[in-house]
Design a protein around this ligand. Structure first.
Ligand SMILES: Cc1cc2nc3c(=O)[nH]c(=O)nc-3n(C[C@H](O)[C@H](O)[C@H](O)COP(=O)(O)OP(=O)(O)OC[C@H]3O[C@@H](n4cnc5c(N)ncnc54)[C@H](O)[C@@H]3O)c2cc1C
Length: 259
């Protein structure tokens, strides 16, 4: 009986956090057949039933989506707060941090993490971006360049399904996209005028985004994937510390606090 219980509680891999990073790690691990446990400090989020504002029209919100300043206080400096997303907001004392310089801090303490808050912009970085810190002297140089990332961008893009165009710009590398949205007539006119005035120096392109496309977007692992092997998500569990032992398995267990 005890042995059975131990076997049930034993995992090949444990992932801390169920955001885009942890979610993707869990997806890869389970697809490779590893029995995987995801520990998530926040609450479970179930598709559809836990999206109370998803199908509301702007006029159904008291302030058409805007959040009055007095309602923002105590909820961090984040400017993403809209009436549509206020239910994901954390109170200041739930996300303490030290602000020595002005700093915008966002957290998403729930299954899916910030993948439920992001704006879905999905441009690839170019070498111009990777060289930025060293070139402009604001941080240490990246140890990688675009060529190292290129196959991985393609790997993710193929799975997720992004909308956009192939624009042939070295500062914004082309990526695997499905047909993007058409420019409006005003945007089209502006694009033409830009070209007329600045030639190949300035461009107006359609933003690339993880949004409506013929192939459904599956950004977080929480959508059911029939190919995935066993995955378990324990929610409202705060990961504190990994307890190590030398061999044969390096990780013996996790110290955790149940919230
Ligand atoms: C408003 C907004 C707009 C954005 N727009 C874009 C965009 O357009 N394009 C883009 O590329 N990026 C965008 N981002 C950034 C992007 O959303 C994040 O970089 C990305 O989602 C981070 O994923 P993550 O998995 O690394 O972290 P998170 O999503 O923060 O996930 C971390 C998870 O770990 C859990 N956790 C934390 N600590 C513990 C612990 N001790 N124990 C257990 N669980 C724990 C958290 O609850 C959370 O679920 C945006 C972000 C915000 C907030």
């Amino acid at each position: 009986m005890l042995q059975d219980s131990k076997a049930k509680r034993t995992y090949d891999a444990i992932v801390i956090g169920s955001g885009a990073s942890g979610g993707w790690a869990a997806k890869e691990l389970t697809e490779k057949g590893l029995k995987t446990l995801v520990l998530e400090r926040g609450r479970m989020v179930r598709h559809i039933e836990d999206y109370p504002t998803a199908s509301k029209a702007p006029w159904e919100f008291e302030f058409r989506g805007a959040v009055p300043i007095e309602k923002r206080s105590g909820l961090g400096a984040a400017n993403w707060k809209r009436e549509e997303t206020m239910h994901w907001a954390l109170a200041e004392d739930e996300q303490p941090y030290i602000e020595e310089k002005p700093f915008r801090w966002f957290r998403g303490y729930h299954v899916g993490g910030k993948s439920l808050l992001w704006a879905r912009g999905t441009q690839r970085w170019s070498d111009f971006d990777f060289e930025g810190p060293a070139r402009d002297g604001y941080a240490v140089d990246w140890p990688i360049r675009y060529k190292d990332m290129e196959p991985w961008y393609s790997y993710v893009e193929t799975f997720v399904g992004f909308a956009g165009s192939r624009d042939g710009l070295d500062v914004l590398p082309d990526q695997i996209v499905q047909r993007g949205f058409e420019l409006s007539c005003v945007e089209q006119y502006y694009k033409e005028k830009l070209k007329e005035m600045y030639g190949s120096e300035r461009h107006l392109v359609q933003g690339r985004c993880a949004h409506i496309s013929p192939i459904p977007s599956r950004f977080t692992w929480t959508r059911e994937d029939p190919n995935a092997s066993v995955k378990t998500c324990a929610t409202e569990v705060v990961f504190m510390e990994v307890i190590f032992r030398p061999m044969p398995l390096p990780c013996l267990g996790l110290k955790r606090r149940v919230t």
